[in-house]
Design a protein around this ligand. Structure first.
Ligand code: AMP
Ligand code: GLY
Length: 297
């Protein structure tokens, strides 16, 4: 208010989940991002999965647990591979794609007994392991209309050849050639629109950018997750390709005046982002190191 900021764009999910948008709007300050209720789509995987189930968004079969012993009994029954997910925010580390029963059991113990993610692990999801290529589809929305951004493909595993632990994303390129125009249409219709319409039916308005992490399975695209913000590192590869005015579309979303914005204009050239992470990531790693030599890259 003192600096008379015209538009605030929220990056991280934690601030959105804590309700920064609700707070700003109380004071009539323009802000781009979903409110606290809508941010549950990322802040609670149980909320997101239940919404997907209710509004028929294709996604992996799942069960919710609030008890470690029952979760482990279920893993005994279904076997591996399976995916164990902490309900709450865990800085991109709350998902374990377990190739063995022992790994899945270990993930349940870590989340529910050792509480490595605190309260974020008091509920967990165990779900079917999907196979296929992943794509990230982001859309600007004012909760009535959606304008898709250019597609991107994020590479999640820490090592080359899709090996090692899941990370927030080690690199990405845009566009993702696997996302053809008809496939994009299907993803928007079955995943993005259904989720936003579902929220509206629950009385929740979603303004901002919605990120759908999608697995392209042989049975069609299935939603892996939603993020309620720009993806990192997707955004680094997507936004340099945008030729239209980003501020105009963000303002229109925050004012729910999307009809003003027509289509977005994209540069045809591809864009790549490679992430360099400190040794040890996504586990414990040394912080505060200086980055040198960028001018020579
Ligand atoms: P999420 O935060 O739910 O997107 O999970 C992070 C990453 O875990 C995804 O980008 C996928 O690589 C992987 N993942 C999540 N759910 C599944 C699943 N059901 N099957 C296979 N891989 C998954
Ligand atoms: N790249 C996935 C994310 O932003 O969480």
């Amino acid at each position: 208010r003192r600096e008379k900021i015209d538009l605030t764009v929220v990056g991280p999910e934690a601030a959105l989940a804590a309700g920064i948008v609700d707070e700003f709007e109380k004071y009539g300050l323009k802000i781009f991002g979903p409110n606290k209720k809508a941010a549950q789509l990322e802040a609670s995987k149980v909320f997101a999965k239940q919404l997907m189930e209710k509004y028929k968004v294709p996604t992996a079969d799942f069960r919710v647990f609030d008890n470690a012993a029952e979760a482990k009994k279920y893993i005994e029954k279904i076997g591996a591979p399976c995916v164990v997910k902490a309900d709450g925010l865990a800085a991109g580390k709350g998902v374990v794609v377990a190739d063995t029963v022992a790994e899945a059991m270990g993930a349940v113990s870590a989340m529910m007994e050792e509480k490595v993610f605190g309260a974020a692990g008091s509920k967990i999801i165990i779900e079917e392991c999907l196979r296929g290529q992943e794509a990230s589809i982001l859309g600007f929305t004012d909760s009535k209309e959606v304008i898709a951004l250019a597609s991107a493909q994020d590479h999640k595993r820490i090592f080359d050849n899709d090996l090692g632990a899941n990370t927030g994303g080690m690199g990405v390129y845009s566009p993702a050639p696997v996302v053809t125009a008809p496939l994009l249409k299907e993803i928007l219709e079955k995943i993005v629109y259904r989720a936003i319409d579902g929220l509206v039916k629950e009385g929740i308005i979603y303004k901002g950018v919605l990120y759908a992490g999608v697995m392209l399975t042989k049975d069609g695209p299935k939603a892996l997750e939603f993020n309620v913000r720009f993806g990192d590192p997707e955004t680094q590869a997507i936004l340099p390709r945008l030729k239209s005015d980003l501020v105009e579309v963000m303002l229109a979303a925050s004012e729910q005046k999307f009809s003003r914005v027509r289509i977005l204009d994209w540069d045809n050239r591809a864009c790549v982002c490679v992430v360099c992470a400190a040794g040890g990531y996504p586990g414990e790693y040394e912080k505060g190191k200086e980055i040198l030599g960028l001018e020579e890259v």
